[in-house]
Ligand binder design. Sequence first.
Ligand code: SF4
Length: 223
Amino acid sequence: MKFSHLYYTRCPPVCKKNLTESGFDLSLGRKMWYTRRKQRRREAADMDRNWLEERLRELPVVQYEFFDTAELTFTPRVRMVCETDCARYGTSWACPPAVGTVEECRERCLSYPHALLITTMNEVDDIADLESTLATRAPHEEITRQVNALFHSQGVETYPLSTESCAICRECAYPHGPCRCPEKMFPCVESHGILIVGTAEKLGIEFQPGGNIVTWFSLILYR
Ligand code: SF4
């Protein structure tokens, strides 16, 4: 398609203050730059996909799906559960309100246009026993850390979200001091108001296999 054709059929009416002396429309230039940048990011992300999938298959990841971050559902209803039902609310940099409002979290997440959802599963003796269920969380966090490192090894910038509240320090520095390990700390998926179950259903991810199987989710957002 010729540039002139593109210009006359796709662009809004030219605003004179955007024209340079030679008649070039600066708003069109900006638009083209943003489109090219978006394409470059998508290509960079796609380029690593095969290698990454091979590495994912070497890990005890049960299911994974790549999708666009824009497909995530953010809702204050999820945040409400943090506020009313979670003892960690207001006690960690990985949880609300430290992570910001749901709208701020949404904006931050959407600045990473690509997403990878991973699940791990573990069988416990009794799924109603909270202690043994939570004991399966640490291995999941370790796998999330390894997947995150795979992206980094390819020069891809990530924003990982994982399970529950951060448990790196015996006592969180919140609210009196800054996070001690911001590069290792993964905020909780739900802390961002993300309805992860809805996303998993949409992607066809099986997360309720029944029995005493515990399923954990992590999201790696990337650009
Ligand atoms: S790394 Fe430490 S200070 Fe940071 S969120 Fe986790 S527990 Fe809190």
